[in-house]
Structures are given as structure tokens and as C-alpha cells.
Design a protein around this ligand. Structure first.
Ligand code: GAL
Length: 418
């Protein structure tokens, strides 16, 4: 009986997909790492948009937040001479693939649709390489958010912390009450997301620029950086004992179900909040990570366009044009948790956190405090980023002193730059 049911089901699936591909004039194969609930929901918005334009979708998901695993798979595909039509990429990756000469040229679609007018300058710096548009930006994420479970904070009589001292005081109180202060997953990119926040929060935007973006040895070896590692040590005491290796969305689930009070994470966490039918800004508060109000770390997901055969180009161009349409940018980003990568989308339909992001990014850009996130591929080359990840994670998971961490950081970064 079970067998019959299964074969009926399989037959239905085969029939439906045969219809699907016969009707789709063209197809794109897209490599990405959007496999968490909120991410997958956002990706569906794109798939459906393309289906409505008769472009089929061949999915190439590679799970793993932050995209490290996806990047390894992508390298193998390109090395084998078999790149996908497009791949999700962060800014530095896009730049590195373009410098390798692996990407095509989207400039004709970009000109036709006026991308130069509407895409923020900070995003164009990555999207345009040597005068050519090599990727289509789908969003702008902000990694320096602190998410707070409002019910827990109310019950404990706490208010959102605005400095790391206040953060530590709130965390101590939560810990005394038996609540995990910080929902966290011990994976290098998550440790680095937190580290970016602490560097920016303690040192301010100019220090972040020097230490992270310019990899200035004096800044990396400074007393400020020692204080950063002191705070990282405090944070390592605020996570639960099962944090190691946990995926980010499972950490977000701890925040949503009240096991943990706070999470330092980018606004892709909002995708999970929405899916759990909770209200961002009410049930889960969003404030800038301690000490970072006025500054904005950013990362953009691009769809990098590989230099594919003539035959695959029309579908690739259609993908790029669809991604950049004003309507799509609104629909997609409402689900993803990010804000549009175009400046002409009205804030009205966004929730309180999205509206705050849209205001904050303008203010930060005006104050020279809009900065690329190191953890999310916009602050450093991939080799320096890897060196920073290694030291930050080693420190977080050992009893290494702050002074030793600073020295290791200098050595690791210096050798990664050779
Ligand atoms: C980021 C990416 C986001 C988000 C996150 C977790 O690097 O830009 O879109 O999905 O990783 O996977």
C-alpha cells in the first residue's frame, strides 16, 4: 500500500516537473546558501518571480550560514569549467571572481534600467568592476544588530543596553535568573559577526576602518584591540554550554522561545522572527549593537553573473533585471529581513526595524560611518578575513589572553597580506 502511494506521488512529481520544464523557455542554475527557513522563504519570492517570466530555476543550495561552504563548492565548480549561471556572493567574493576574469558583463541591463542612479554608492563599489556591472545586488543587510526578547527584558526589569558595560550588566542579571544571556552558535563566521560589533562598539567607526578595513598594524596591536578581546572573553561566558557548532537560526530560535535573552546577529534573523509570527520591534526588539548607534556595518548579497555560453545569457540577463526591479526588491526584502539595494523604495511597508535600518543607513553614510562587514565579506579580502576568523575563534574557544590574541592577530593578518 505504502509502495503504491509513493509511486503515485513520484509519478505526479515527474509529470509536474515535465510540464514545468516544457513550459519554461529558459533556465538559470543558481548556487546559494539560503537554506534556513526565512532565507528559503525569501528565495521563493525570487523563484516565483522568475517562473512568472517563464524562466526556470535549477536550485544549487549549499547549506551553511555566511556562505563558507558555498564558496568552496563554487570554487570547485569553476575549476572544473562548469560554473552556474549565477551564484550568491558577498562583495569581496564578487570582486575576487571579477579580478580572475570569471564574470560576465551585466552593463547592458544595468544601463537600460538605470542602476547607476538608484544603487547606493557603497554597493556599487563592489558591483562595478573595471567599469562593468558584474553582479546584481539583491539587498543590504546590517550585521550590527542586537535582538532582544522583550518579554524577558520586561520580566527582569531590563532596558536595552547601549554600551558594552550596560550589556554586561544586563547579561549578568539574566544569568542570575537562569536565562542564557546570549544566543550564539560557535561557528567562525558567527564569532566574527560578534567581533565586528565589538570592534565597532568599543573603537568607533574610525578605529574599525583602520583596524579592519585597512588592517593597520598599530590599530590591530593597540590597547583598544586588547579591550575588544577582553569584551569577547566576557561574551564567551554568556553563551550556553551547547553553543559549539550551532547554526545561527537555531540560536535565533533560542531567542524566540525565551531560552535566551539576546542575540548579536544580522537582520537575516528577522526572517526567522517573521516566520515565527512574532513582531520585529515589539516581541523581539532591534537596537544597534552596543556602542554602534550611528554607525552601520553592511553586507550585500549579489548574484554574480558568470561568463556563460551565449545560449544561457538571456536567462542570466532576465535574472539580473528581475532582481533589480523596484517591486521585487520590496517584496523580497520584506521577507528576507534586509532593506532594498535601491534608494527609491518607500519605507511604508517595512516594519519598525526595517524603517530604522533605512533611516540609519542614510545617517551613517552622511557621517562616514557606513562600513563593510568583515565577517560578511565586505571588510577584507578572503585571505585576511580567514586569518581574522581563525584568531577570533581560537580566542573565543580557549583561555588565550587578550594580549596574546592581539599579537596573534597581527601575525596572522600580516602573513595573510603577503
Ligand atoms: C550572510 C548573507 C545573508 C544571510 C547570512 C546567514 O552572509 O549575506 O543573506 O543569509 O549570511 O546565512
Amino acid at each position: 500500500m505504502a509502495f503504491t502511494k509513493t509511486s503515485k506521488l513520484l509519478a505526479t512529481v515527474a509529470f509536474t516537473s515535465a510540464i514545468g520544464s516544457a513550459a519554461m523557455a529558459q533556465e538559470v542554475e543558481v548556487l546559494h546558501w539560503w537554506t534556513a527557513g526565512g532565507e528559503a522563504a525569501a528565495l521563493n519570492v525570487l523563484k516565483e518571480d522568475l517562473a512568472s517570466k517563464n524562466v526556470g530555476w535549477q536550485d544549487m543550495p549549499v547549506a551553511g550560514g555566511g556562505g563558507e561552504a558555498a564558496s568552496t563548492t563554487l570554487k570547485a565548480r569553476v575549476a572544473a569549467g562548469n560554473p552556474p549561471t549565477a551564484a550568491q556572493m558577498l562583495g569581496m567574493q564578487l570582486r575576487e571572481w571579477a579580478n580572475e576574469g570569471a564574470l560576465g558583463d551585466l552593463s547592458s541591463v544595468a544601463e537600460e534600467n538605470n542602476w547607476a542612479e538608484v544603487v547606493p554608492a557603497a554597493v556599487q563599489e563592489f558591483a562595478v568592476n573595471d567599469g562593468k556591472w558584474v553582479g546584481a545586488p539583491v539587498n543590504i543587510h546590517r550585521p550590527n544588530w542586537l535582538w532582544i526578547n522583550a518579554e524577558i527584558f520586561d520580566a527582569q526589569g531590563l532596558t536595552p543596553p547601549t554600551t558594552w558595560e550596560e550589556f554586561n550588566a544586563a547579561a549578568d542579571k539574566l544569568q542570575e535568573a537562569g536565562i542564557t544571556p546570549l544566543a550564539h552558535g560557535g561557528q567562525p563566521w558567527q564569532d566574527a559577526t560578534v567581533f565586528d560589533d565589538v570592534v565597532l562598539g568599543i573603537g568607533g567607526p574610525d578605529f574599525y576602518r583602520k583596524a579592519i578595513i585597512e588592517a593597520d598594524m598599530d590599530a590591530l596591536g593597540s590597547d583598544t584591540m586588547v579591550q575588544v578581546f577582553d569584551q569577547m572573553r566576557k561574551l564567551s561566558g554568556y553563551v550556553d554550554e551547547n553553543f559549539s557548532g550551532r547554526d545561527w537560526n537555531l540560536a535565533t530560535a533560542m531567542l524566540l522561545n525565551g531560552e535566551a535573552g539576546m542575540q548579536l546577529m544580522g537582520d537575516w534573523a528577522k526572517g526567522e522572527i517573521i516566520r515565527a509570527d512574532m513582531v520585529p520591534g515589539e516581541d523581539i526588539l532591534c537596537v544597534a549593537a552596543p556602542g554602534t548607534e550611528g554607525s552601520y556595518l553592511f553586507n550585500t548579497d549579489f548574484f554574480g553573473a558568470f561568463d556563460v555560453s551565449e545560449e544561457s545569457k538571456p536567462a542570466q540577463m532576465e535574472l539580473a533585471a528581475s532582481i533589480m526591479s523596484k517591486e521585487f526588491q520590496e517584496a523580497f526584502n520584506l521577507v528576507k529581513g534586509s532593506i532594498p539595494a535601491r534608494t527609491d523604495v518607500a519605507p511604508d511597508n517595512f516594519d519598525a526595524c526595517g524603517q530604522k535600518a533605512m533611516e540609519d543607513i542614510v545617517e551613517a553614510a552622511d557621517n562616514n560611518a557606513l562600513l563593510g562587514s568583515m565577517a560578511h565579506g565586505h571588510g577584507q579580502t578572503s585571505s585576511v578575513q580567514r586569518a581574522m576568523f581563525d584568531v577570533v575563534t581560537e580566542h573565543f574557544n580557549s583561555d588565550m589572553s587578550s594580549q596574546d590574541a592581539v599579537e596573534e592577530l597581527q601575525i596572522a593578518v600580516e602573513s595573510a597580506m603577503l
